[in-house]
Design a protein around this ligand. Sequence first.
Ligand code: PLP
Length: 341
Amino acid sequence: MIDLRSDTVTKPTAAMRQAMATADVGDDVYGEDPTINQLELRAARILGKEAALFLPTGTMGNTIAIKLHTEHGQEVICESRAHILNYELSMMAWFAGCVARAIHAERGLLTWRQIEPEIRKLGPHCAPTGLIEIENTTNMAGGCVYPLAQIREIAEGAHAHNLKVHMDGARVFNAAAALGCTVAEIVAPVDSVMFCLSKGLGAPVGSMLAGTRNEMDRGRLLRKRLGGGMRQAGVLAAAGLIALEQMPARLAEDHQHAKALAAALSGCPGVKVESPVETNIVIADVGKSKLTAAAFSESMRQRGILFNPISPTKIRMVTHMDVSAADVNTSIAAINEALHA
Ligand SMILES: *Cc1c(COP(=O)(O)O)cnc(C)c1O
């Protein structure tokens, strides 16, 4: 099977499995796991932040960040398709006591012009804004990338209102590959950032949260409260170190593959690819083609290719390191067979 459902399906490489088998470990709740300590230092260095925290999932990273920056009864401004709003079981309400103030933005990319009018002060009717969250790349808006100037403008505006900005950078390394800049340049203006080791970077488990030393010290306690105090998790961090240091260099290949899939889809009658494909995610509307999203996905499954319908008319395909150039060609041939009359 060629699995285009998500980049979460990537399996650890031989080098990762080798590093996991030989990792130096200790009890991380005592701060004594040398491999986790090394991963946290490396991640902080690469992101240009004071400190970083190793976490089992990205959801836990976003949950901790929202709790760090807000108080109960506040609003979190985010885009309407945001992962924190739609795919994290209302963690901002469950753990931080906050509600989302969702704004719909073209390609999922918020602008300061859209955000500023939605900032609220505490009043007889209004809950105050506690945090601004941006997602980079935008998962359900087609893997779009925030231009650096747009992030800077949002952060400057937010800070002038005494508000923090958290970046859900699950795929921020894809954003850096697309822009040809460093991840540190992308996240410099924001106060905290979460990214996933377990997606395009190929680690079996793990995400990182980065920010100030003080925030990460408080974050460590919140991680424990959420049941994320792991022990000899250096076996996971060992794979994470390889994901962090060696895997970003190959992400551009996934982006080329996604562009090739998008071009094939665009060439089929009645199919519209949502936004120009910049990274490893393709969202296409097949509503005017001969198949519904579910029927298209089923017909491709029978040809050995997996991806998910995300609405009655839309499908999403995600490329990653376990999808080869040959797999992309096979997928393109199958797309043409399934969708041409
Ligand atoms: C995958 C993802 C997360 C975190 O997901 P986990 O499965 O909890 O690791 C957060 N935000 C975005 C945009 C994602 O794609």
